[in-house]
Design a protein around this ligand. Structure first.
Ligand code: G3P
Ligand code: CA
Length: 371
């Protein structure tokens, strides 16, 4: 968020995670409000920890499509997540990566065959078709496909049905959903900028694009029901300098260096939350099983940082050993037990491809939490 000489209201509010969520939910000022202390539920239907729909309800529909977001909202997600990359002509679109071949039918478009190329992106060689080489009009001729058909074969029935939405279109859908029903009223959105530094090097300033879009819609304030994420500290800091909207510093699984108390001190200077790989919160041991929680949640909370780890998935292929059921990698394991174990660590929200499963686990967790 933009810094002034005094701490911003959201910075003050964000010193207590549950109160912060109530404020972000649009609840009344929280400090002396017992309802807000309980998560703002008298003022708002928001529950904590948040159910964050990772790329939409991506266990059931091709990710980053309006259909995936619509299903997530029907499954009572509190937050929907679009990842964002830019087109050549400066539009942000909802994709997890700029390479389009994994989640669209671009390979079936002979008119784009000569766009296939190899690039080095953040040190990784990638071959395919890249969003920054396409205009938005060209992107709109593509259709989304399931990313992991081997694990989610049922989703392939939706291949080819849905457009690639722009960030503006996702915001339009989200704003419309917020106008429907008591649950919709509290729906939030948590966009993530991908590869900010790489796109800067191409003259595509995605932080500016995002800030402009938020400002045009009046979503650049500390009380906006929007949270912006990035893995890149430089990108997160830039967003923080452009808008007052809360910021999440994402922490990948190989960046344990960003989970130390000293690193968290630095992150707290510009961010309002951390979004760590869930294994930084509940590690997986060499035996493949979930171990004991780390101190990360408490260390972050001590610094006024919320904690929203990623990503919970329900199929055996994705669950730690001990939570699987049978040998079919596409079958569901004991997702409720695993999701509940993660919720018990004290996190403030969790990303899941299956918002319905996380919603059910949260209900179970909240019901039994004090027993
Ligand atoms: O933003 C939380 C989570 O989505 C980060 O991982 O790679 O799925 O964007 P990724
Ligand atoms: Ca993401």
């Amino acid at each position: 968020m933009r810094r002034t000489t005094a701490p911003s209201p959201s910075r003050i509010a964000l010193t207590t995670p549950l109160i912060a969520l109530a404020v972000l939910a649009g609840a009344a000022p929280a400090a002396a409000d017992p309802a807000a202390e309980r998560g703002g539920r008298e003022e708002s239907l928001i529950e904590v920890p948040w159910v964050i729909a990772h790329r939409g309800a991506s266990a059931y529909r091709p990710e980053h499509t309006i259909a995936a977001y619509r299903l997530a909202v029907r499954q009572r997600a509190d937050v929907i997540e679009p990842d964002l990359v830019p087109t050549r002509d400066g539009h942000l679109i909802a994709r997890h990566e700029n390479e389009l071949g994994g989640t669209t039918d671009v390979a079936d478009h002979p008119e784009f065959a000569d766009r296939r190329t190899t690039k080095t992106i953040d040190g990784v060689r990638v071959t395919g078709w890249f969003a920054e080489d396409f205009t938005l009009a060209e992107i709109k001729t593509l259709r989304a496909v399931e990313r992991i058909p081997d694990i989610r074969p049922r989703n392939t029935r939706y291949d080819g049905r849905y457009e690639i939405p722009t960030f503006a279109e996702v915001l339009d859908y989200w704003a419309d959903a917020r106008g429907h029903g008591r649950h919709g009223r509290d729906l939030r959105i948590i966009p993530e900028l991908k590869h900010g530094g790489y796109f800067d090097s191409l003259g595509l300033d995605t932080e500016e694009m995002l800030a402009e879009e938020l400002a045009e819609r009046g979503l650049d304030g500390a009380d906006a029901p929007v949270v912006v994420q990035s893995f890149e500290p430089g990108s997160a800091r830039e967003v923080d300098s452009l808008v007052d909207t809360p910021v999440v510093q994402l922490i990948s699984g190989n960046r344990a260096d960003l989970t130390t108390p000293e690193a968290l001190d630095g992150i707290a200077e510009y961010a309002d939350a951390i979004g760590p790989d869930v294994r930084h919160v509940l590690p997986i041991g060499a035996d493949g099983r979930a171990g004991e929680p780390t101190p990360l949640v408490a260390d972050a909370h001590d610094r006024g940082l919320l904690v929203t780890p990623y990503t919970l998935r329900s199929e055996n292929a994705h669950l730690p050993d001990g939570y699987d059921r049978g040998t079919d990698p596409t079958a569901y394991g004991d997702h409720r037990a695993y999701y509940t174990a993660v919720l018990r660590t004290g996190v403030d929200g969790v990303f899941s491809d299956s918002p319905d499963h996380l919603y059910a686990a949260r209900a179970h967790f909240l019901k039994h939490r004090d027993r």
